[in-house]
Design a protein around this ligand. Structure first.
Ligand code: CA
Length: 229
């Protein structure tokens, strides 16, 4: 399902560059949203909640730097990695000097291979399961590449929804997720699902995790939602 793929918001005013980059990102398995300018990016970011933003420095009207600054000052996007794309290395120096809070900078013309590597580096930090990393929490191991979950080295049987729920939890142990946030992340925004469905699948996940014994690692937080650990 789509929500397992990390989403990238691509902000580039040059149509040819935008399409080439979008093509490459999609080929790498990312969901790509495109914005032609900064204003569009600021609106789209609320709609798509991207896992990463690729932001061109030279944009019409509002510059990429300014957009970066605004995104980094908003609570919802503060933690979203931003990679700035810049035409010249002097611009990169200037961008750095301005301390926009960008997480990385790539100079045009960039090699696609290098850019993809930088994208993955950022996502390894924020969406490890989504890019196929192996995650561990106590005696639970989730291998996102083979879609297998082990507890104390024993293979557990998880349905696809339970697997996505556990991936979400294991990417951010301790974080409390509301039912709505879990619906967005695990089921996707386009699908209408009742919040009680979340409880049903949490129950199944708990059962699967406990099938070989061991404590219940999932915490119910009254009035707030669920957390791992
Ligand atoms: Ca540009």
């Amino acid at each position: 399902m789509s929500m397992e793929r990390p989403s990238v918001l691509l902000v580039e005013d040059e149509p040819a560059q935008r399409e080439v980059l979008a093509y490459n990102l999609e080929a790498e398995g990312f969901q790509v949203s495109r914005a032609e300018n900064g204003e569009e990016a600021l609106l789209l970011v609320e709609e798509v909640t991207p896992d990463l933003i690729l932001l061109d420095w030279m944009l019409p009207n509002v510059s990429g730097i300014e957009i970066c600054r605004r995104l980094k000052s908003r609570n919802e996007t503060r933690a979203t990695p931003i990679i700035m794309l810049s035409a010249r290395s002097e611009e990169v120096d200037r961008v750095r000097g301005l301390e926009t809070g960008a997480d990385d900078y790539v100079v045009k013309p960039y090699s696609v291979v290098e850019l993809m590597a930088r994208v993955r580096t950022q996502l390894r930090r924020t969406r490890p399961a989504a890019i196929g990393e192996r995650l561990e929490f106590g005696n639970i191991v989730l291998d996102a590449e083979t879609h297998k979950v082990f507890r104390d080295d024993k293979l557990l049987k998880l349905g696809p929804t339970e697997f996505r729920l556990l991936s979400t939890f294991m990417e951010k142990p301790g974080r409390v997720w509301s039912r709505d946030q879990l619906l967005d992340r695990v089921w996707g925004r386009d699908i209408y699902v009742d919040t009680r469905t979340v409880d049903v699948h949490i129950g199944r996940l708990r059962k699967a995790l406990g099938s070989m014994g061991g404590d219940d690692p999932i915490r119910t937080v009254r009035g707030a939602g669920y957390a791992l650990g």
